[in-house]
Design a protein. Structure first.
Length: 224
């Protein structure tokens, strides 16, 4: 599960919804709509987050992606509408199949595009893939070949795509010199950092954390 640093959902109810907005899907695709979180909140239930499922249980179901409801702006608008509840959002289950033609390449492209979209949603706090390996799902879902590794447990292109995004593109690594006042500014992803300060031939390391509502200025006192 990819969970953004600094997000604490605590104890409570995670409300699940299968459709995030007025999204039309292709004929023949089953859609289940969960109870709206507003109902739970109005009843005083301790709702700690809102979860969305995202499944295509067969390669044929991918034809539904041609529907305008899956346009990036439409999906982001849907997540923004739920952000009004001021709760963390989670994509709790994901199945993206491997088509017979251009299979791994097409799956990897879809995986990369959807993860970028989810990661860009401001209130998105976590993304969870459903079945890690091909043919390890329940019987009705195995035909999708919706794993990130194949039947021999070898990484597929989609696995390498997520590895590149999570462990390279979405990591902040840099080095620079402070200005005349000993300050350095940078723009980076939210999360936990290890800052190494080198002066006079000595290096000291300091942990910091950047959070959406957290401290933005950090001061380090160097030991002599």
């Amino acid at each position: 599960m990819a969970v953004r640093d600094g997000v604490d959902v605590g104890e409570g109810v995670l409300v699940g919804v299968a459709v995030a907005a007025d999204v039309r899907v292709a004929e023949g695709i089953d859609v289940a709509v969960g109870e709206e979180p507003g109902v739970k909140l109005a009843d005083g239930v301790g709702v700690k987050g809102i979860g969305f499922q995202f499944h295509f249980f067969s390669p044929e179901a991918l034809k539904g992606l041609a529907n305008p409801g899956y346009a990036p702006k439409t999906m982001l608008d849907a997540y923004d509408s739920f952000a009004a509840f001021n709760l963390p959002l989670f994509v709790t289950e994901i199945t993206i199949p491997t088509p017979a033609k251009n299979g791994q390449t097409e799956q990897a492209e879809l995986v990369g595009n959807f993860y970028r979209l989810w990661f860009s949603a401001p209130r998105m706090a976590g993304i969870t893939w459903w079945n890690l390996g091909d043919r390890t799902a329940v019987q009705g879902e195995n035909k999708a070949l919706g794993g990130l590794i194949d039947e021999k447990f070898d990484p597929k292109e989609s696995y390498r795509t997520l590895d590149r995004l999570i462990n390279q593109e979405w990591k902040t690594r840099l080095s620079a010199k402070t200005d005349s006042q000993g300050r350095f500014r940078f723009r980076g992803f939210f999360g936990k950092y290890s800052v190494k300060v080198t002066t006079g031939g000595k290096t000291q390391e300091f942990p910091i954390e950047l959070a959406r509502d957290g401290q933005r200025t950090h001061q380090f006192t160097l030991k002599q």
